[in-house]
Design a protein around this ligand. Structure first.
Ligand SMILES: Cc1ncc(COP(=O)(O)O)c(C=O)c1O
Length: 346
């Protein structure tokens, strides 16, 4: 039974979850203070906890994944720098061109496979101003997304992550992980997040995706990095006051919603296998490693979305005639059956 009964199955994104009754209960009792002044004990607890969990010195609680990435990119770069990332990266495709508008940076795109880059690809994408007769921008930051959203929720192997970090370091680049779904990656690979991110300078962790908190992301890194990031958060208008109400829900999800991500992965796999066996659809099963299922349609994706909506299933249609099923906290086994039956009726 769903905690939030609804006649619709909303699989547009894993961001659509409602805070549960248990979350609302902890929010009601949360101790708060003025976080701009560093006084909010619950925000401080969340930051300390995630810094420790990720093996970093410090952390900063911010309003969204986009803000967390924007602050990280701005803290790592100066105007005229270049950021190296996969061609499908969220920071490139879906953050409003913040890298250009807020950082004055350009992007060197990597032709990764399924959203995942290799060390060799990253190496050949790094351009340095020095030695170019001032022709090139200065490649100073490598950004990795794990899991890769447009890569279908695929995860980097630890070897690949370590290799990319080593290449970046050897070429004078800082490293950032867009870990919007990093706990999904940890569940899939069985690698502890501190080990996973050991060689990276900063990590953005989203709390309001698979974990199901209502709002927020946390950026982790060295104390020096977070001190600078704190100033950029202020300049971006993200200094907030009694944010402990939100941090309390996030803390709740760290206690209760990490291990259960495995259930989302099992449901996603079930949906993917069933849909992949249908004539009108196919799924790259290798990419299905976490909670996302990208479905290639042999019929117009827009029509599929309209028809599925009539069956009570909400989805977006995407470029390349695809639709995505994002499994999350509120999706039950019955919902999975409903999704499969609705696709089968196409
Ligand atoms: C990989 C990735 N990074 C960053 C974000 C941005 O998060 P937000 O929507 O909280 O700004 C998203 C959002 O879906 C995402 O999928």
């Amino acid at each position: 039974m769903r905690e939030y009964p609804s006649d619709r199955v909303d699989v547009r994104s894993d961001t659509v979850t409602q805070p549960t009754a248990a979350m609302r209960a902890v929010m009601e009792k949360a101790e708060v203070g003025d976080d701009v002044l560093g006084d909010d004990p619950t925000v401080n607890e969340l930051q300390n906890r995630l810094a420790k969990m990720f093996g970093k010195e410090a952390a900063l609680f911010v309003a969204s994944g986009t803000m967390s990435n924007a602050i990280a990119l701005r803290t790592h770069t100066v105007p005229g720098d270049e950021i190296i990332c996969d061609k499908t990266a969220h920071i490139y495709k879906y953050e409003g061109g913040g890298y250009a508008a807020l950082c004055g940076a350009s992007i060197s795109l990597v032709e990764g496979e399924g959203g995942l880059m290799t060390g060799a690809q990253v190496k050949s994408a790094i351009r340095k101003a020095e030695g170019s007769g001032s022709h090139y921008p200065d490649g100073t930051l490598v950004c990795v997304e794990n899991t890769s959203n447009l890569g279908g929720g695929a995860c980097y192997t630890q070897e690949a992550l370590d290799e990319i970090a080593a290449v970046a370091k050897a070429n004078g680049c800082a490293t950032h992980i867009d870990g919007a779904r990093i706990f999904n990656a940890a569940i899939t690979t069985g690698v502890d997040v501190a080990r996973m991110c050991r060689d990276y300078d900063s990590v953005s962790i989203c709390l309001s995706k698979g974990l199901g908190a209502p709002v927020g992301s946390v950026l982790v890194g060295s104390q020096e990095f977070i001190n600078k990031a704190h100033r950029w958060r202020k300049m971006f208008g993200g200094g907030w006051r009694q944010a402990g109400i939100l941090a309390s829900a996030a803390l709740y999800t760290l206690d209760h919603h990490i291990d259960r991500l495995e259930e989302d992965h099992v449901r996603a796999r079930k949906v993917a296998e069933a849909i992949n066996a249908m004539d009108n659809f196919s799924v790259d099963m290798e990419a299905v490693q976490s909670n996302l299922v990208y479905v290639n349609c042999n019929i117009p994706a827009a029509d599929v979305v309209t028809s599925l909506a009539e069956h009570g299933i909400d989805m977006f249609d995407l470029p390349y005639n695809r639709v995505r099923v994002a499994i999350h906290l509120h999706i039950t086994d019955e919902d999975v059956e409903r999704i499969i039956a609705a696709f089968a009726a196409q």
